[in-house]
Ligand binder design. Structure first.
Ligand SMILES: Cc1cc2nc3c(=O)[nH]c(=O)nc-3n(C[C@H](O)[C@H](O)[C@H](O)COP(=O)(O)O)c2cc1C
Length: 232
């Protein structure tokens, strides 16, 4: 089983430790984990050159860094993304990475490999806002074709993992066990939900009349999605 883990931060705080618990509890003899940390693995900011949309994702000035992570995601059964809650949002460095993935949204050139993956998103806050972050992370996954997403948001009432009390760590340990079992059970069985299939249909209609971006349209045609074929 292959797992890609994208940490929205470099430090090993509450979000990291909770994510780590989940990954460690996903038991598999052939487990392979590809792990990335933002910002050390974050590409530079998107400069809005539109090369990924209009030419090829390989022509992005940041392609080397972006495609390395994308390839890991494509290979993986489970994609895990975590971020601490910063001002009710994900970290800036993680959003910078996501900005580079717009070309593989449903509205452009979604990857067939994404549609059967399992997603896990994690965020912690000291007080409020972590659920907004997991929702935003799940939304990013949805637009890439991953609708089976387990969201875990937690208010840890602390600024570091070391200062999270045992009273809070106890339930977290139980939750991470449940999440790992749930995620593992979904591997190989995940398929897009109704909303994702519906959005795909809308995007398909849009691509049928697309006369503004032939790179996108040709991609849909080559995949057979403008005919009867579907990516799931
Ligand atoms: C820049 C910054 C912004 C933050 N914004 C919020 C916030 O909006 N809501 C909140 O409850 N906690 C906020 N916090 C606290 C962290 O979200 C909280 O301590 C979290 O558990 C840290 O996760 P980590 O240990 O993985 O870094 C913020 C912390 C920082 C450094």
């Amino acid at each position: 089983m292959k797992i890609t883990v994208i940490h929205g931060q470099l430090h090993k705080g509450s979000s990291y430790h909770i994510t780590n618990q989940i990954i460690n509890k996903i038991l598999s003899d052939d487990k392979e984990v590809y792990e990335y940390f933002m910002p050390s693995d974050t590409p530079k900011f998107c400069v809005g050159c539109y090369k990924c949309f209009n030419e090829s994702e390989d022509d992005c000035p940041q392609a080397k860094k972006v495609q390395k992570i994308v390839r890991s995601m494509e290979l993986s059964d489970i994609v895990v993304i975590d971020s601490p809650t910063y001002c009710y949002a994900m970290t800036g460095q993680l959003k910078t990475f996501f900005d580079h993935l717009g070309y593989m949204w449903l509205s452009h050139r979604p990857k067939e490999a994404m549609f059967n993956k399992v997603g896990i998103v994690v965020s912690t806050a000291s007080g409020a806002g972590a659920n907004k972050v997991t929702k935003a992370l799940a939304q990013q996954m949805f637009w890439m074709g991953i609708s089976n997403v387990i969201q875990y948001s937690k208010s840890v009432n602390a600024s570091s993992w070391e200062t999270v009390t045992d009273k809070i760590k106890g339930p977290i340990a139980k939750d991470t066990s449940k999440i790992s079992i749930k995620a593992k059970a979904k591997v190989g069985k995940a398929s897009p939900n109704f909303r994702l299939k519906f959005m795909f249909t809308i995007m398909r209609m849009m691509q049928k009349s697309n006369d503004w971006n032939m790179v996108d349209k040709n991609y849909w045609e080559e995949n057979g999605w403008l005919d009867k074929k579907r990516p799931w």
